[in-house]
Design a protein around this ligand. Structure first.
Ligand SMILES: [Zn+2]
Length: 314
């Protein structure tokens, strides 16, 4: 399998990740107040997801992160879907992103000054399946083997659906990262990016030192980029500098707007940290990040601001 990240970074100074999926669908009026979150729309209104992927490509994103973050066999089972139906729905997330990319790329006027986008299949953490905010805390009390068993069927389904790379994201704990890294070895031709959620300038959500986590994953060659997502933008520059000390892999960041998630209300509190997320993102490039986008509460407009400067930096 070729490395879609390296192919872009060989030609451009940085790569543009897309923005929020679930919160942007909410902003567009879809109802996601549900433990399945964006996976609910996958089930009920798939065209809305495809349209949003298309809009992010149009805004300048080099990749689409699929709507599989919260899509799991166990989660769908609670809705009465059997395993086969759940797998089909998980795979549909890749199909929708692929269709959006085909439509976008079939129009040659969209090719100017950029590479063909790739599809990154989202693997949310175990905490996302719990739907109680655990992805920002960790401490599930599960063993590495239990976590591998939880992630295996979805990883397999997403790979079989034709994703270009796996996006293992919002990982709150080192044990879950290690479980995913070990699981990845069962699929030796597959590449992944690993992205943690962080609680401050130095520590991931469960409390481990971010630089130590990065260091422990350094010798896993299938992990082709590493970084932070769904974390307040105010911690990002410091976290990039911490990672840079211990890794040669490209560093990725796609923070949220800085608002915080209230799991009991299924809603976001507070205000965005910066007036212009997209302009602020320049600071992350200067700190050493080479893949930049947005997570919850960011929009296609934010991504288009990032894309407008990313492809022009010297
Ligand atoms: Zn997020």
């Amino acid at each position: 399998m070729n490395n879609p990240i390296a192919s872009i970074l060989d030609h451009y100074p940085a790569l543009v990740i897309d923005g929020a999926l679930a919160t942007e669908l909410e902003r567009r009026g879809y109802d996601l107040k549900d433990s399945l979150w964006s996976a609910k729309i996958l089930l009920e209104q798939p065209d809305a997801i495809k349209q949003l992927h298309y809009d992010y490509f149009k805004a300048g994103a080099d990749c689409a992160i699929t709507a599989s973050y919260q899509a799991t066999i166990e989660g769908f089972a609670k809705r009465g879907l059997n395993e086969k139906e759940a797998i089909a729905l998980i795979q549909k997330s890749v199909k929708l992103a692929n269709e959006a990319r085909a439509e976008f790329w079939n129009d040659e006027s969209n090719h100017a000054g950029r590479s063909k986008p790739f599809i990154a299949a989202s693997i949310g953490p175990y905490g996302a399946f719990l739907a109680d905010g655990s992805e920002y805390r960790g401490n599930y009390g599960l063993t590495k083997k239990e976590l591998m068993d939880f992630h295996r069927p979805r990883v397999k389904a997403l790979i079989e659906a034709g994703a270009d790379i796996l996006a293992c994201e919002t990982i709150p704990s080192l044990i879950e990262a290690r479980a995913m890294a070990k699981l990845l070895k069962e699929f030796p031709n597959v590449m992944a990016w690993f992205s943690f959620s962080a609680r401050d300038e130095k520590h991931i959500s469960e409390g481990q030192v971010f630089a130590d986590c990065v260091k422990q994953l350094e010798d896993q060659p299938q992990i082709v980029a590493i970084g932070i997502n769904c974390t307040s933008p105010k911690y990002i520059s410091s976290l990039i500098r911490e990672a840079k000390k211990v890794t040669n892999k490209p560093i990725l960041v796609y923070p949220n707007s800085g608002e915080t998630y209230d799991a009991t209300k299924h809603d976001w509190d507070g205000h965005p940290v910066y007036e212009s997320f997209g302009e602020q993102a320049k600071e992350w490039y200067e700190a050493g990040a080479r893949m930049i986008g947005g997570c919850c509460r960011t929009t296609p407009e934010d991504i288009s601001v990032i894309a407008s400067w990313v492809r022009n930096v010297a």
